[in-house]
Design a protein around this ligand. Structure first.
Ligand SMILES: [Zn+2]
Length: 84
């Protein structure tokens, strides 16, 4: 414990509490969506990196659809790049 700075601990605690208590709105979700999709397509764990976005996508059908559309668009874009 002594090696952890109290500011780091506070930040961590804040993050945990925030994850449990707050839900992000559509606007915040949308801001993180690009990054989320990027990680996803990169084969990385987007849900772990951006849990609030993941949670919002599960809860909000509007953003969920937006996400699906974005994934599909980028996948077809990547497909184009690979074939050419
Ligand atoms: Zn939403």
């Amino acid at each position: 414990m002594a090696r952890i700075k109290s500011s780091t601990l506070k930040e961590l605690l804040h993050r945990i509490l925030k994850t449990q208590k707050d839900e992000i709105g559509c606007e915040t979700c949308f801001e993180g969506l690009d990054r989320f999709v990027e990680l996803e397509l990169d084969g990385k764990d987007a849900a772990q990196a951006l849990p609030l976005v993941q949670r919002h996508l599960e809860l909000c059908s509007g953003c969920g659809e937006e996400y699906q559309a974005l994934i599909q668009a980028l996948e077809s874009l990547q497909g184009d790049q690979q074939t050419h």
